[in-house]
Design a binder for this molecule. Structure first.
Ligand code: HEM
Length: 154
């Protein structure tokens, strides 16, 4: 089934770039903004970088989800969603859903406006809150990726 193998390769590449980007934002960009730059400049820097990453992440989320769904269908893995031992399958879908809703629905509808308003009032607190949020998302994503590789090959 070469199409399923291609889907797996696309899946892994999309996940590497996407979660890798979340790692960069969480572990490099946000700590730099919080520690090294005056708050107003930090907010502008973070927003400009995050906007560029979000534009790329949209494609990566679609490729990651599409290729994952393709594999579930081609390998007929649906019954895994009823088995607790395959928690990592549920985790993959949950992580995907969280990012999909954030980037495609919440961000354009209200998240961006909320961020700008809050950042104007309290830039330091907003950067701290955003950093905690990213740290939680990154941790859940990394645990999920670890569980998936362990589940497939372990
Ligand atoms: C709608 C969302 C997703 C679906 C339907 C999905 C589905 C799948 C499927 C069917 C596999 C192959 C399992 C097997 O060969 O037994 C897989 C592998 C994998 N997925 Fe996902 N996935 C999704 C999202 C994610 C996310 C968000 C991550 C990262 C946090 C992720 C990370 C991985 C990893 C690391 C593998 C292992 C690849 C390998 O070593 O062969 N997936 N996924």
């Amino acid at each position: 089934m070469p199409d399923a193998e291609i889907a797996r390769a696309l899946h892994v590449v999309a996940i590497v770039l996407w979660i890798g980007g979340v790692g960069f934002v969480t572990l490099c960009l946000l700590p730099y903004c919080r520690a090294e730059v005056p708050p107003a400049v930090a907010i502008a820097t973070f927003e400009a970088m995050e906007r560029r990453f979000a534009a790329l992440a949209r494609y990566l989320i679609l490729v990651g989800g599409g290729s994952g769904l393709w594999m579930v269908s081609r390998y007929q893995l649906w019954e895994r969603f009823g088995a607790p031992g395959f928690w990592w399958m549920h985790a993959m879908v949950a992580v995907w859903l969280i990012f999909f809703v954030s980037v495609f629905i919440a961000e354009p509808l209200f998240l961006h406006r909320w961020f700008s308003r809050r950042a104007a009032l309290d830039p330091v607190g907003t950067l701290r809150a955003i950093w905690y949020l990213h740290l939680i998302l990154l941790t859940v994503s990394v645990v999920t990726a670890f569980g998936a590789v362990w589940g497939v090959h372990g």
